[in-house]
Write a protein that binds this ligand. Structure first.
Ligand SMILES: [Zn+2]
Length: 255
């Protein structure tokens, strides 16, 4: 009986997603981890939308009107200084969610979130998420767990930006992006990378040159191709592995 209910729930969720033009392919890890009833509840209030590169999903100090369960692509979490300089403090994709302050009743965003590689996601009004949280304990747990994972990234990236070389950081960052998009070629301008890494464009040119010369990537006209994944892992600083290892430990804890 429980099995049957679950099958119906999954079908319902798929049908709802289908209605939104998604063809039922839910890839967001938080949504996938929910019991069918909770997932259907969230999807019934969501709109599935494409999120082109450069779309801004949240802005520092501004009210959060909408939140997003990302289904594909890469979104950068960025801190902007008063002089306009910015640096990436986190990166998310199909494992993640934009709008975390809402889960503890906060209503403004501490960071900017901007689509970096063409994405898609389920968009909800902030109030609809808050309402859903009241009756969806697994959703609440999933979002709290994800907030820990994003905080872990911010801690590691803070250390990384201060202590590691630009080419190691660029390698780390390309690996993190590839993990999310699942393909080895993506569009990225040098200017964008320099904002992400909080470094000058000239440093990005040098760093990309080092990786290219080693045969790990090719980079031209704003398009990066990862040619040698294993080599890029060796070239990246320890931060890539540190983040993944800790998240894997947490996921083992929660089984
Ligand atoms: Zn590092």
């Amino acid at each position: 009986m429980a099995d049957k209910v679950q099958r119906i729930g999954v079908k319902l969720a798929a049908a709802l997603a289908d209605a939104d033009g998604d063809r039922g392919t839910i890839q967001n890890a938080i949504l996938l981890s929910l019991p069918p009833k909770e997932r259907a509840r969230v999807l019934s209030k969501s709109e599935f939308i494409p999120l082109p590169a450069r779309t801004r999903l949240a802005e520092m100090a501004e009210p959060i009107e909408f939140c997003y369960f990302l289904n594909s692509g890469v979104v950068s979490i960025i801190h902007v200084m008063t002089d306009g300089k910015s640096v990436e403090v986190g990166l998310t994709g199909k494992e993640g969610f934009i709008g975390l302050p809402l889960i503890v009743g906060y209503s403004t965003s501490p960071t900017r979130a901007i689509v970096q590689i063409e994405a898609s996601g389920y968009k909800l009004r902030a109030q609809d998420l808050k309402n859903a949280l009241r009756t969806c304990p697994k959703l609440d747990e999933g979002l709290h767990r994800y907030s820990q994972e994003l905080a872990l990234q911010a801690i590691q990236i803070a250390a990384c930006n201060r202590l590691h070389e630009v080419d190691e950081r660029l390698a780390r960052w390309l690996l993190m992006s590839q993990d999310r998009v699942g393909k080895s070629t993506f569009q990225l301008t040098q200017e964008f990378i320099s904002h992400m890494l909080g470094t000058r464009r000239a440093s990005v040119t040098v760093a990309a040159g080092i990786l290219q010369k080693a045969g790990l990537i090719t980079y031209s006209r704003g398009q990066v191709t990862i040619e040698n994944r294993a080599g890029l892992e060796s070239a990246a600083c320890e931060c890539y592995e540190e983040i993944n290892d800790q998240i894997a430990r947490w996921h083992r804890d929660s089984r």
